[in-house]
Design a protein around this ligand. Structure first.
Ligand code: PMV
Length: 318
């Protein structure tokens, strides 16, 4: 069996984070400038089931037998065996290369899962369809993050902008116009699981107020979907502002995120908001392509630790 590889992109949530956990819709898009690449090779001298995993970017080296039963990677291997009705995966060496920052809200755990599931199942000659890949990646995401909505694994599996409601098939969004975004990192954030738990706690305390905000976020998402599919992106900035304000109200923004959002708007971005779990992590700014580099630089001067540029193309959507 020759070596086989598979890659998966990063992602950003454009609208609807957190409310998506409560059944509201959200919109996410792939970020193709960063990726996880997984290479699977035979491990010739080893018995079936013996799997070596190397991920130099995060200094992770392990064999399957060393991993605790409930480790996300063990869940991934078991899920593949179950889906394919095979007793034991063959002996393999798995290498994970990544340009996707871990823990920065760009979906690195889902990207690792999707690339690994595709590489392993291709390696053994039994590739899975998107729905099967997504299903397994969701189980692995649960092991990583507790109670995720499933939006990360879904957008990364389908590699297209998606309109997503928890527990439903995603709607693939065919963009009418290209959209250029600057993604800027405001620094370390608590884990998404912690941020989601914090919102849950406050929702339990103030259910009516929080549910009203979640519904309002849902309305913003519906309006954004119309614009993305029908054009007229100039109408997106007010929706980004409203979504950011609603996220502030549920307590998931932070001074550093607010500062970068203001800085982006001051230096010419059309719209900006936090993206993902919040509490730190990333913002997205909608920009004119010609201004993307200068806005990114300005955001770094204003304290962003890292910036990425990404353009979502209508042509990528078939
Ligand atoms: O932190 P991220 O980018 O993985 O985004 C999490 C999005 C949430 O809506 C906050 C949680 C979820 O599972 O959907």
């Amino acid at each position: 069996m020759p070596a086989v590889s598979a890659s998966a992109p990063g992602k950003v949530i454009l609208f609807g984070e957190h409310a998506v956990v409560y059944g509201q819709p959200a919109i996410a898009a792939p970020v193709t400038g960063v990726a996880v690449k997984v290479i699977v090779q035979p491990n010739l001298l080893q018995p079936p089931g013996s799997i070596e995993i190397d991920s130099p970017a995060v200094d992770f080296h392990a064999t399957r037998s060393e991993l605790p039963e409930q480790h996300p990677l063990n869940i991934l291997f078991h899920q593949i065996e179950q889906t394919l009705h095979i007793a034991r995966l063959p002996a393999m060496k798995i290498r994970i290369n990544s340009t996707l920052p871990a823990g920065a809200g760009m979906g690195s755990s889902a990207a690792v899962s999707v690339a690994m599931i595709r590489a392993i199942t291709r390696f053994i000659g039994l590739p899975l369809n998107n729905e099967q890949v997504n299903q397994i990646a969701f189980e692995v995401e649960k092991a990583f993050h507790g109670t995720p909505s499933g939006i990360d694994n879904t957008v990364i599996t389908y590699q297209m902008p998606i309109y997503f409601i928890k527990n439903y098939q995603p709607r693939l969004i065919h963009l009418k116009e290209p959209i250029t975004l600057v993604i800027a990192n405001a620094g370390e954030a608590p884990s998404t699981a912690e941020m989601v738990a914090g919102v849950r706690q406050r929702w339990q305390q103030f259910p009516q107020r929080y549910e009203q905000i979640f519904r309002q976020i849902g309305r913003v998402v519906e309006a954004a979907l119309q614009i993305l599919e029908n054009g007229n992106w100039q109408q997106l900035p007010p929706l980004m502002r409203e979504n950011h304000q609603l996220l502030q109200e549920i307590g998931v923004s932070s001074p550093s995120l607010d500062k970068l959002v203001s800085a982006a708007l001051q230096c010419g971005a059309y719209g900006a908001k936090l993206t993902g779990g919040g509490g730190g992590g990333n913002i997205i700014a909608l920009v004119q392509p010609e201004q993307a580099d200068s806005i990114a630089q300005k955001l770094r001067e204003e304290g962003a630790l890292h910036t990425w540029l990404t353009t979502l193309h209508p042509s990528e959507n078939g």
